[in-house]
Design a protein around this ligand. Sequence first.
Ligand code: SIN
Length: 281
Amino acid sequence: MRIEPVNDAVGATIHDVALSRLDDAQVAEITEAWARYGVLFFHDQDLTPDQHVALAVQLGEIDVNRFFARVEGHDVIAAVVKEPTDELNIGGGWHTDHSYDPAPAKGSILVARDVPPTGGDTQFLSTETAWRTLPQDLKERVHGLVAIHSSDHIFGPKSDYAKRMGDRFGNSEAVNTSEHPLVIAHPVTGNPILYVNPAFTIGIVGMDNAESKPLLDELYTHIASDEHMHQFKWAVGSVAMWDNRSTWHHALNDYPGHRRAMHRITLAGEPLAAANVPQPA
Ligand code: SIN
């Protein structure tokens, strides 16, 4: 297999591999590249749903999303679908999956099944690169902080998804709120990562909204810089695997009147520990 980084910040394209029949050495190589590059892209894979599940099982333990519709006959695959008549899409703002859970998902594997004639790209960025490029004064201001994440306002009973898409959205028993260090250590590499995101982070422990919002907004402006990003163009059969600890993603909603259908499997992760970064002087 050939690994080609897409830029200096995030992502690599993997060539010359069939995800439907990985041997142990290839699984190890992909696992290493995944932690290193944050998101991996594959083309022309034509995975069946059963092969998608088998691939996920080779790479980890499946963590079924509690909100999304499921693919018929495959209860562990979430259907990420926008019909031609829908206005809202799933994932249409910067986020990382499941940060509201006590043990957030380690990654997601998305397979393109139906793509619009133009548009429907997904943007990815590296929150690990964003930590490296964060100005020193901001590094000092976030030192030791803990952020609060919730799914209630996004998927709970009062959310836009519940009002406009129904389905499993609005199930108050499925919503979660959790706290995680604002700068986490990547569970595989140990590298520091900014672990907040505009969709699910609702505050910072010990701060009121008037104090936490400007700080979070400052971090988001820094993180969402073009220098940390790559925009991926899908074709039917493309696959993207992203690491939910070290990246954000954003599904662009720029294809009105067309259908886009993706299948997503999410992999279980572990509780996140604070990064070992130097104490401010
Ligand atoms: C998601 O946010 O998981 C969906 C991303 C996409 O559809 O591109």
